[in-house]
Design a protein around this ligand. Structure first.
Ligand code: GLA
Length: 572
């Protein structure tokens, strides 16, 4: 059969059919996870009345057919480069041609040679094939003549600007084919989009079997095919999710956030890096007062208000993602640190500006602040406060935490709770350091709660639930609220077995929160549980681990995972 270029826009080829809320999908409930019967899926009680006929009673698991989404991959373009280069061409002065001796399959493949830059490669414009807002599958085989990191990257042009974004990087050994198989959400507004392959060297490489398919979005899972997570837990605590611009611009992600969550945290957008404005600070000429840009606060708080969702403010003070120049004379990247008096004034003014803006505009939307993030050191043996690569410590010493809380208490609305937030809180050392530092602040009424980030792994002993519980209790003993602020479970395998393990892990955490919160005698007050990301494709762990990660409650195609069903189920 001729395997060359075929464009199948009309004759849609269905490559796979999977169901979302369908109980027969891989990863359906089993006895190991729970003795209770298969989850009966019912619409959110408060959902708008629907025109659909009600579902007749049936012996089958009750999933309304209209709500059982069908995911279809429709092939848009496929080539094995047997006769033509099929729209792939060079990016610079390199040569892109067919080579017959080295193909993976068929009679030839694409050959990229004479590369003088790493970014030289093979590129194809796919603007006419792709539509904003849809999800795509991209597959290809690539082989480099030397060991290399092989990148699939996008080039997008919008007006006069051009942007390049890495989609996927695979490590290839010299002369060995590696296989790309990627899900790509196209949610960037752009005039053009092209895909290209490049490597981190200038060696020759080969491409074969390129395929582009769209996942039909008409059949995306209806969020209302299961109860709302936030409503399920509304008597215990808020249920939050970390979001970014994608989650409010992409209507399918936005629908999930609105349906399942009653709290949001911006993953990045309220951090000092995003709010502090360098040029305006320099132009302002006040050494004690940096300029703040409130645009992000407006964008997310307005969206939250419109959708009746509350916002955790993350984060006023952090040693990371805070511009270097904020600590330096003249707001200059390379100048010396300012004196501690000037830095204290800058800190006060920053907190004052942000809190005042929020009090004036979004008093009803924000409910708490992470005043200080990650300020405790990890081990024993120093003064307890993070002193490495910490410009706050360099300029203000260990008192920067106290000062931040004093200013936040002075300027924040009394209706907004003030949190200290950190990772690794279950370790005995971190627990003790947090307790030691916060004891006085709590007694003075300067702090209201501890945020336990909770980025954990799949192993059941990470953390041991006894340690986790001891920390929740220790913070509660200071009279403080506890919030779980960044929960995710790193996992690079989405096999059925691993998804069951992930569900077991989430259930373990949620059962612990539930039991602590429901026991009136233990003094624990967990007021919110936030998951750090919505769909797996948006997890920060994809970027840091170098492998695709599956740590969250929703798949990249917006369908809910077994872990979501299971944490809903424990409340039923
Ligand atoms: C820490 C921070 C978060 C975020 C994560 C990684 O936990 O508190 O703001 O940066 O790392 O995404």
């Amino acid at each position: 059969m001729k395997k060359s270029f075929c464009l199948l826009l009309s004759a849609a080829l269905i490559l796979s059919v999977l169901s979302g809320c369908d109980q027969s999908k891989p990863g359906a409930p089993d006895a190991e996870l729970s003795p209770t019967p298969v989850l009966t899926v019912s619409p959110k009680p408060s959902a708008e009345p629907s025109a659909e006929p009600s579902v007749e009673p049936s012996a089958e698991p009750s999933v309304a057919p209209s709500k059982a989404p069908v995911k279809q991959e429709v092939l848009l373009f496929e080539t094995s480069f047997d006769e033509f280069t099929d729209g792939f061409g060079p990016r610079g002065s390199e040569t892109v041609e067919l080579a017959s001796e080295d193909s993976k399959d068929g009679s030839s493949c694409l050959f990229v040679t004479n590369r003088t830059e790493n970014w030289n490669g093979a590129q194809k414009d796919v603007t006419d094939l792709m539509e904003y807002g849809k999800t795509y599958k991209i597959a290809a085989d690539v082989k480099c003549s030397e060991n290399a990191s092989i990148n699939l990257t996008t080039e997008m042009h919008s007006g006069d600007s051009v942007s390049y974004s890495a989609v996927k990087t695979l490590n290839g050994n010299a002369g060995e084919w590696v296989h790309f198989d990627i899900t790509y959400n196209f949610f960037t507004e752009t005039d053009t989009i092209a895909f290209y392959f490049e490597t981190d060297n200038k060696a020759d490489f080969y491409v074969d079997n390129f395929k582009l398919a769209v996942i039909e979005t008409s059949s995306v899972e209806d969020p209302a095919c299961r109860p709302s997570l936030a409503e399920t837990y509304q008597d215990l605590f808020k249920i939050g999710v970390a979001i970014g611009p994608d989650e409010i611009k992409n209507p399918k992600k936005a629908a999930l956030v609105k349906y399942h969550f009653n709290s949001i945290t911006t993953g990045n957008e309220f951090k000092p890096d995003y709010l502090l404005a360098q040029q305006a600070s320099k132009d302002g000429g006040d050494e004690e007062h940096a300029a703040v840009n409130f645009k992000n606060i407006d964008t997310f708080c307005t969206w939250a208000r419109e959708n009746n969702i509350q916002v955790r403010f993350h984060t006023l003070v952090w040693h990371n993602q805070t511009p270097k120049w904020f600590f330096r004379e003249g707001f200059d990247n390379n100048a010396d640190y300012v004196s501690s008096d000037v830095m204290a004034k800058r800190l006060e003014n920053y907190i004052k500006d942000v809190c005042t803006y929020i009090n004036d505009n979004y008093e009803d939307v924000i409910y708490c602040y992470d005043v200080v993030n990650e300020a405790m050191s990890d081990g024993y043996g120093d003064d307890g406060v993070r002193n490495e690569e910490n410009p706050w410590y360099d300029t203000l010493g260990r008192d920067y935490i106290r000062k931040a809380f004093e200013y936040a208490r002075k300027y924040a609305s009394p209706n907004h709770k003030l949190f200290y937030n950190d990772y690794g809180c279950s370790s005995a050392a971190k627990r003790q350091r947090i307790v030691d530092y916060l004891t006085d602040l709590a007694a003075e009424g300067l702090v209201d709660g501890v945020g336990m980030q909770s980025h954990y792994g799949i192993s059941l002993n990470d953390p041991a639930s006894i340690d986790y519980k001891l920390s929740i209790k220790a913070f509660s003993n200071l009279g403080l609220e506890v919030q779980i602020t960044e929960l995710d479970i790193g996992l690079d395998d989405n096999s059925e077995q691993k998804m069951k393990q992930l569900a077991t892990r989430y259930v373990e955490f949620f059962k612990l929160y539930k039991s602590l919160q429901e026991d009136p005698d233990n003094g624990v007050n967990i007021t919110a549980v936030t998951v750090w990301g919505l769909t797996d494709d948006g997890s920060w762990l994809n970027g840091t681990s170098g492998t695709d990660q599956y740590p969250l409650l929703f798949n990249s195609d917006y369908s809910g995972k077994l872990c979501l069903d299971k944490i809903i189920e424990i409340m039923q």
